[in-house]
Design a protein around this ligand. Sequence first.
Ligand SMILES: Cc1ncc(COP(=O)(O)O)c(C=O)c1O
Length: 485
Amino acid sequence: MDDAAAPDSGDAILARLAQLRAADLPVHGGRTMAYVYDSGLGGLDDLAARAQAAFAGVNGLDMTAFPSVVTLENDVVRQAARLLGGGPATAGTFTSGGTESCLLAVLTAREHARRTRGVDAPEIVLPRTAHAAFHKAAALFGLTPVTVPVDPGTFRVRPQDVAAAVTARTALVVASAPSYAHGVVDPVQEVAAAAAERDVLCHVDACIGGWYLGHRRLAAGIAAPPPFDLSVPGVSSLSVDLHKYGYTPKGASVLLFRDAELRRHGWFAHASWPGYPVVNATLQGTKSAGPLAAAWAVLQHVGTGGYVELARRVHEATAQLVDGIADIDGLRVLGEPDASLVAVAADDPGTDPFVVADEMRLRGWYLQPQPAHAGSPANLHLTVTAAVADPARIAELLAELAAAVPRARALGPATVDPGVAEVAAALDPAAIGPAEVALALEVAGVGADGTLPQRMAPVLAVLQALPAPLTERLLPEVVSRLYAG
Ligand SMILES: Cc1ncc(COP(=O)(O)O)c(C=O)c1O
């Protein structure tokens, strides 16, 4: 950009943006199996973009000045509550995404525990498979995470382990419906009962799967998912992202509460300053109504019947994918997926899933590597969205996978020098300085400017071999190198 030159035309500016996008993963076409949710429905993105543009400047900071925001939000929250077991008392908040919904659920529970039970050193009980957003919430809001193992075969938390972890200081118990990593639904009924028995709140994280599972159970002829929503006794809040299986533009999630009395504990009000009186229902101040309007428009347009049909297609495609993987020599599915997320591990030590991912990426497919952790082996995460859900597309994916495995075997697994792993294990992440960080990143194959090699398996192998606290020290350094300054 040259400030002194004549301004570029709108077309030139948009062309530059399009050029930048060319280096990104595609958001359409069904070959990017994480991060993006494509309905495959013609015209939907255009409708959403127009709704978003019409409301981009509307500020949800002051709902009295912009009453349209209240109408749109009430409509969206009501629709989510109807789908997910809410009743007349159910209250909700529209948020910017799953992470913000989870953060607010935790903040609300912390304040509820403090005000109603006098808990001043709160804990949060988290299955090991709970989303990282809850650890972020614990770190930000000063709760101690109490992590509970999951069954090594099913990857579901065991209710008795949750019950044993609850103490007088527990502010919140979390269950996933489903978990991101393995796509399985925790035993919500039993977990919520264990929490309720001790008068503790229970949050169901249905961020990724709630919209899909809620509509799938309306489809005739498909077995219902295990009970997971607000109708389950003891469930006090539930998060569901619209920017996932609602196929709305990013920046859209709903956090439901059993009632408005619980919801108010997470709100922030401030009148002790000389400016405008503040009431914030979310973590944001100024809040564009664009994502809300886009979500409202998409929900209206697709409608319940449309979502049920999309859910049916996703269900059939997931079954086809799971069956097909079982037939590929060298690969296996972890656990029994309850939803539309599939974790694919290797059957034999000669097949490195991360090398399979590299092979797939070279052929235009993005499968997300998930490093080994606490009984969950290294695997690849596949999110099946409606755009992938075509029998021919799944057959193509399976054929590509079947061909990638022998190539990965021929290349061999990415390995880490045992000496390097030993030195790394001895490092104190809190004490290492810039020189050690630079060396560790060089060993991992990360460039001085944060660039990563085309083949990621060797980098992932190093990250996987490092203790998590060291990885957590290094990851921000990698990202920091990417940004200016
Ligand atoms: C189960 C679950 N919870 C929370 C989140 C966080 O959502 P977001 O990425 O929208 O912040 C995700 C994201 O995939 C998720 O799968």
